[in-house]
Design a protein around this ligand. Sequence first.
Ligand code: UDP
Length: 236
Amino acid sequence: MRRKEQIYEGKAKKVFATDDPNLVIVDYKDDATAFNGAKKGTIAGKGAINNQMSNHLFRLLEQQGVETHFVEQLSERETLVRRVSIVPLEVIVRNIAAGSFAKRYGVEEGMVFAAPTIEFSYKNDALGDPLLNSYHALALGLANAGEIERIKTMALRINEVMKRYFDGMGVTLVDFKLEFGRTADGKIVLADEISPDTCRLWDKATGEKLDKDRFRRDLGGVEQAYQEIMRRVMEK
Ligand code: UDP
């Protein structure tokens, strides 16, 4: 599939048109941002790792009956995906308290929940991606009631599949962010990526962080952590 004009550039990816109006090519960058773009940097090799790891997980999810935008990996950094319009919600699933949850509710990072929890934020950089609930999403017309239900059901199913998968490689899936898209025929499918940029992944034995928190919190060993999680995913 040939790459045509660039139609979008985000913080971590570029998107290109193709000859097929229903397909686009995603090209992953090494650029890293945090805190709504306030912190910027580069993580060498990240684009290739996130592309391949996300594709690996999307294939696994497809096998488990979760519909995604994934079509075909084209190169280390490029993937052909179905063209969707992104639902402007960041869907966060949490198994353990960390990050903004721990801060907002004044609990220790590491508190294990009795059941997973879902939260939404409004995907809007100018507003700083504010937290919102299902009623707010409906009021703002971001999605309809059926779509919100499907998104929640899919998010919890994805969590179950991924939790089991990461557990098998000695990694705890703490939390992660998903984005969903509408296909041309109006179906909700999983889109965007699942990678160390969008998940918190803790080594079960040592508690070591194998994700973007190493960059956010200046913990060092950022590239090594991305390589380590990639190695474990690809070995499975
Ligand atoms: N996350 C993300 N993009 C965002 C915000 C969060 O991928 O814009 C992911 C983040 O990597 C973590 C989970 O969502 O795995 C929960 O993040 P949290 O709300 O704790 O935000 P943070 O502490 O990163 O501000």
